[in-house]
Design a protein around this ligand. Structure first.
Ligand code: GLN
Length: 485
């Protein structure tokens, strides 16, 4: 196998045994990016020079043996929504096209402190609004399994880069599915932690009560390794949970016999692709064979989740994005008066989808409409959260498809925002409830497109999710397939 096809835990062994240096490994990734990214377009920025410097520093650490972590010397890539000190952070928007942050996001700092090498910044939907990465202001990322298809979104660059072997793992963000849905489309593992488990400091805000960063990896073990490094309380993020650190890798092999898996009937709907339904059906069989109890559960308010999400998320976005006014930072389009400067800047700086969301959000927050829309949505959100609390009285984890269809064709849904919004019907409730969710590969369609299985857990139940996902992965091996590029 090529070096760039190995997982973090495999590479880390080689680095520790000094069979391989981080410089060689980083060089291998940079050459692969050079050869392959012409086809995939996952990277917005490649940081070759600084990556090699970081690799040298990691090699020193590895030689001395002091302060070596499972990520020391491992080349990673970062969704362009996380601030990176001295490296352009655009959020795939014209608004931030030339923005160079003076600081690192907490998560980036943690990965760097662990000794990881940062290869570059990955493409996404502008301000993380979308499900296909077609909303990037710069270019579209293509799916490594079939380059006529989207990689999912909004963390499409993060999922495609991992699938194509252009980094050992990446990080993304998930507000309504943006880690899990692209992971599903690209045949990789995507984990959205419990809201507050991973710091949002330095992560450009879309909808602050929903946003959460997490890892995209080649397998479940790597997901646990990344989460170990990323999770933890951060005084710089007031919503970060002050819970003790956990070792997510230690519990992977604890076994799942007797684990109760809930199947919510509301997730097996008309419009669910036949191949997806079949793959999920076999996955349920696998868990049964492993000695899990399969129980029927109900999440009765699921049908309202998409509506609630698009009220809450757009309202929060309209207020978060008010800061891009041409004054503080980012793009400024000068004009005669101040008001014209605001208008021109926001007109040229934001793309169509971002403008649509700002308008929807501003409308639903405005006097007279607030009670009918935003407030109502917040109330229904609480009811959706309660649905999960009830369901989790009967089971330990909930199993669903990640997405109703495999990766769709480029351009297929872009003209119809509502159809696009439906790509997230299975992932959105998890963000509204603040619970953790993971997507893992669970099969392929006859056209060789990956299908994703979603597992949802109780608040702070990441260890249980990872254990179940690991057991599934070990018996099935779907995660070992790689696209032919
Ligand atoms: N696709 C959803 C949206 O467009 C989710 C995005 C996300 O999770 N960032 O809002």
């Amino acid at each position: 196998m090529k070096l760039t096809e190995l997982t973090i835990h495999e590479l880390s062994e080689k680095l520790k045994r000094r069979e391989l240096s981080s410089r060689e490994l980083t060089g291998a990734y940079l050459s692969l990016i050079d050869a392959v990214d012409k086809k995939i377009h996952a990277y917005l920025t490649v940081c070759g020079e600084s990556a090699l410097k970081e690799a040298d520093a990691a090699d020193k650490r590895l030689v001395s043996g002091a302060d070596v972590t499972p990520l020391t010397g491992i080349p990673l890539a970062i969704k362009d929504i996380f601030c990176t000190k001295g490296i352009k952070t655009t959020c795939a928007s014209r608004m931030l096209e030339n923005f160079i942050p003076p600081y690192d996001a907490t998560v980036v700092k943690k990965l760097k402190d662990a000794g990881a090498v940062i290869l570059g910044k990955l493409n996404m939907d502008e301000f993380a609004m979308g499900s296909s990465t077609e909303n990037s202001a710069f270019f579209k990322t293509l799916n490594p399994w079939d380059t006529t298809r989207v990689p999912g979104g909004s963390s499409g660059g993060s999922a495609a880069a991992v699938a194509a072997g252009e980094c050992a793992a990446s990080i993304g963000t998930d507000t309504g599915g943006s880690i899990r849905q692209p992971a599903s489309c690209c045949g990789v593992v995507g984990l959205k932690p419990t809201y507050g488990r991973v710091s949002r400091y330095g992560m450009i805000a879309f909808a602050s009560s929903l946003d959460q960063g997490g890892p995209i990896t080649k397998d479940v073990r790597d997901s646990s390794v990344m989460l170990n490094a990323m999770a933890g309380h951060d005084p710089l993020d007031s919503t970060s949970i002050d819970a003790p650190a956990e070792d997510y890798t230690g519990g992977l092999k604890h076994g799942i016999r007797g684990l109760k898996i809930g199947i919510p009937k509301e997730y097996f709907i008309e419009g669910l692709d036949k191949d997806v339904e079949r793959a999920i059906g076999s996955a349920i069989g696998v868990f049964k064979n492993e000695g899990c109890g399969i129980v029927d559960v109900s999440l009765p308010h699921t049908e309202y989740a998409t509506g609630v999400y698009y009220l809450v998320a757009t309202a929060e976005a309209s207020s978060n994005l008010a800061r891009y006014d041409g004054v503080k930072y980012g793009l400024r389009v000068s004009s005669e008066g101040l008001l014209d400067m605001y208008k021109l800047t926001r007109d040229r700086g934001f793309g169509g989808e971002v403008k649509r969301r700002i308008m929807l959000g501003t409308y639903s927050l405005s006097a007279g409409y607030y009670e009918a829309y935003y407030k109502k949505a917040s109330q229904v959100r609480t009811i959706i959260k309660r649905d999960f609390e009830e369901a989790f009285k009967k089971c330990d984890i909930i199993l669903t498809p990640t997405s109703p269809t495999p990766a769709f064709k480029i351009g297929e849904k872009i003209a119809d925002p509502l159809t696009m919004y439906l790509s997230d019907i299975f992932t959105i409730s998890c963000n509204l409830a603040g619970i953790p969710g993971i997507s893992i590969p669970c099969g392929f369609t006859p056209d060789n497109l990956p299908v994703g299985l979603q597992l949802l857990g109780k608040p702070l139940g990441e260890a249980t999710l990872l254990k179940a996902a690991y057991a599934y992965e070990q018996t099935t091996g779907w995660h070992k397939r790689r696209p032919q590029l």
